[in-house]
Write a protein that binds this ligand. Structure first.
Ligand SMILES: [Zn+2]
Length: 86
């Protein structure tokens, strides 16, 4: 192959994915796993060990609790809010 017919060498670079996108995909994976566990076992899966969650179910619950933290309301405060709204 002569130099004139050779295809130019292409250099490809792979950029890293945005962190938010990685987290979103990770959460989607864990949610899908948890939903599958619910459909199969009726609860999170135990990985065969009594009282122990599988790592994916455990991680999903940790993330869920962290994400829901800003919306958590103490029962007493909830009663006050309902009373004020009425
Ligand atoms: Zn699981």
């Amino acid at each position: 192959m002569s130099a004139s017919t050779a295809r130019p060498r292409r250099v490809l670079f792979l950029g890293s994915a945005a962190q938010a996108k990685v987290l979103e995909e990770q959460f989607a994976f864990l949610l899908a796993h948890y939903e599958q566990a619910l459909a199969t076992h009726g609860s999170s899966c135990s990985n065969g060990k009594l009282g122990e969650l599988c790592p994916s179910c455990l991680r999903f619950m940790e993330l869920r609790d962290t994400l829901m933290e800003p919306f958590r309301v103490a029962p007493a405060e909830w009663k006050n809010r309902k009373a004020m709204a009425a």
